[in-house]
Design a protein. Structure first.
Length: 319
């Protein structure tokens, strides 16, 4: 009898250890609603989060609530418990912000665990129809022949259109004068009227003007051909090899979130992002899906910080 009881005790301990190990590898998650912090309503992070939320809720059995906290989303997420119940959807400004601003209240490498790179939004290089260039090569040649005489519009220090132009200037070795505006709408208005000569504009806002002939498109800033502008050459393929400038959006969890939870979220988010209806909806807003692994997401962020850090430093950009 004693031997039998002893055997039962040993068996119980073994089963408990197996159960504990199994839970650590496959934790029960989620058991309550999950919130995704992001920027303002209508932003890229807001749209991607809302498109994914129903699918995530269906596959994981809990609500995914989009919480628009605006610019402070990163700060709030960085101080949230690393339990998988607070996530963050944010664009490139999350990891480029510390290069442009002082006293940013978080450290991207220290405070966040990448889940997936979600989407990207390129710019297109456009000029006024009367501007005497029809290609990137012609623009570079004219800019070299007339240093500091050409100008471009930008919507603010460190904005996507500003950084795209400064990267172009650096790689092409040209001096084109920047003209700052309070927002992209005002810059676009002056571009169309000929007050400024060229600009890197978001594909979604620029393509309608290209189609009506109010602007002439020279190239798109993606590394390769894009479904957002079928048939349009890239800057890289039409005079500036290696050029790429895109605004990216990623999903994060607070640093320290269990890897099993990050892995499960990645699996479900990638599945959601790759649905045809999600891809098609994002294309209408000038955005392309680039779902990735957590490791690939982290690599893109490190590469971005290195690449844009050099441009920001060399151009003396501070906001």
């Amino acid at each position: 009898m004693r031997v039998h009881k002893y055997g039962l005790v040993v068996l119980s301990i073994a089963l408990f250890a197996i159960a504990k190990c199994s839970w650590s590898q496959n934790p029960v998650y989620p058991t309550k609603p999950v919130r995704i912090l992001t920027t303002d309503p209508g932003s890229g992070g807001d749209l991607v989060s809302r498109l994914m939320a129903p699918t995530l809720a269906s596959s994981l059995g809990q609500q995914f609530i989009v919480d628009n906290r605006g610019i402070i989303s990163g700060q709030v997420a960085s101080k949230s418990p690393p339990d998988g119940y607070t996530l963050l959807a944010f664009g490139s400004s999350l990891w480029l912000g510390p290069l442009l601003h002082d006293n940013v209240p978080y450290d991207v490498a220290r405070d966040f665990a990448p889940i997936t790179m979600a989407a990207s939004s390129p710019n297109i290089l456009v000029v006024t129809p009367t501007f005497p260039v029809k290609s990137v090569r012609e623009l570079i040649a004219l800019a070299k022949a007339r240093p500091a005489e050409l100008n471009y519009g930008a919507s603010g220090a460190g904005s996507s259109n500003h950084l795209s132009a400064e990267l172009f200037k650096s790689m092409a070795g040209v001096n084109i004068v920047r003209v700052f505006y309070k927002g992209p709408g005002a810059a676009m208005t002056d571009l169309i009227s000929g007050q400024v000569q060229l600009m890197f504009v978001a594909a979604a806002s620029g393509m309608p003007h290209v189609k009506t002939g109010r602007l002439r498109a020279l190239a798109i800033t993606t590394a390769g051909p894009s479904a957002l502008a079928p048939g349009m050459p890239t800057v890289a393929s039409s005079g500036l090899p290696g050029y790429e400038s895109i605004l990216t959006l990623a999903l994060f969890a607070p640093s320290g979130t269990p890897s099993a939870i990050v892995s499960r979220l990645n699996q479900e988010m990638v599945r959601s992002l790759n649905r045809d209806e999600v891809r098609d909806r994002l294309l209408l807003t000038g955005t392309e899906v680039i779902a990735s692994t957590p490791e690939q997401c982290g690599t893109v962020i490190k590469s971005d910080i290195s690449k844009w850090g050099r441009i920001i430093k060399d151009a003396g950009i501070r906001d």
